[in-house]
Design a protein around this ligand. Structure first.
Ligand code: FAD
Ligand code: FES
Length: 264
């Protein structure tokens, strides 16, 4: 696949896991080796294509956690283990893992915003010492919206975690928006040696960015990942363009200093 990244390749679905009613994880057989935070174009012939983040990877497989929202994703949800999906990629700039190495890593996600950062978190959990420690805040609208629940429980043992539901109550979980918990991150104790990543719906990213800066985080140490309508994914069609920025090539991961100008 790496030899011709623009040609969709047929790949076998190995497994489908229902995370929630409208968010399912598809494990697909492929030898593609994306960087954390990159995306692939998933397609169904005669239906269309959708850019989807890689949510986990292993030897000979990738996982994609998909929300069924329309034409392409609804047809993907009709597929099951043994069926074929077409993939091209990987595309885009992922998380700057080298810049995170040895530092305190703060990760704040809203809903399925956890998907584009999940493969990085899996590596942090499997490889202690990659980063100094992980401070993870994950928010979900309600209990039905929780994804990757067994991993969230595993990460409780390895990371400093705050898991929250917007308004509902649940044992071991906090109630409130993720922005309310940002002040609990001990930025002053980090000695400047940290990076923070934020992924979620645009309003969540906007207000979390503002709150992080209010709580003392340096804007130059913050990163965000964007979902934007795309077509070619290789910088040719202009569908993803915001001013001079091509989200497919320059992103989807951006430094906050660029991202804050892109959030509507
Ligand atoms: C870099 C990147 C990573 C993404 N990662 C994921 C992921 O991990 N999981 C996931 O479920 N989705 C992800 N998306 C969003 C996903 O690409 C869209 O939901 C999908 O393309 C919709 O296609 P559709 O044909 O099913 O829906 P359509 O019938 O085309 O549209 C249904 C609705 O979705 C909106 N929409 C369409 N395309 C996008 C888009 N690219 N971004 C946001 N909204 C869109 C439309 O405005 C419409 O309201 C990502 C998008 C990008 C750009
Ligand atoms: S999707 Fe075509 S230029 Fe970015």
């Amino acid at each position: 696949m790496a030899n011709n990244p623009v040609k969709p390749q047929p790949c076998r679905i190995l497994d489908v896991k229902k995370e929630s009613a409208h968010e399912w994880t598809f494990r697909v057989e492929t030898d593609a080796r994306p960087e954390h935070g990159q995306f692939m174009q998933l397609s169904i012939p005669k239906v269309g294509e959708a850019p989807i983040s890689v949510s986990a990877q292993g030897d000979g497989w990738l996982e994609f956690t998909i929300r069924s929202v329309g034409r392409v994703t609804n047809v993907i949800f009709e597929k099951t283990a043994g069926d074929t999906l077409f993939l091209r990629g990987p595309y885009g700039r992922g998380w700057p893992v080298e810049q995170f190495r040895g530092k305190h890593l703060v990760v704040i996600t809203g809903g399925t915003g956890l998907a584009p950062v999940r493969s990085l978190l899996r590596q942090c959990a499997q490889q202690p010492g990659l980063v100094r420690d992980v401070h993870l805040i994950c928010g979900f609208k309600n209990e039905e919206g929780i994804v990757f629940e067994s991993e969230l429980m595993e990460w409780k043992e390895k990371f400093r975690t705050i898991y929250a539901l917007d308004t509902d109550k649940k044992d071991g979980w906090r109630t409130g928006f993720v922005t309310e918990f940002v002040k609990e991150i001990p930025f002053a104790a980090f000695g400047g040696d940290y990076a923070a990543v934020v992924v979620g719906p645009p309003p969540m990213m906007k207000f979390t960015g503002l709150e992080l800066v209010k709580c003392g985080a340096d804007p130059a140490k913050l990163w965000m990942s964007f979902e934007r309508k795309m077509s070619c994914a290789v910088g040719k069609c202009g569908h993803c363009r915001i001013d001079e920025v091509y989200v497919c090539l320059d992103g989807p991961v951006f430094p906050y200093t660029v991202a804050r100008g892109l959030v509507d």
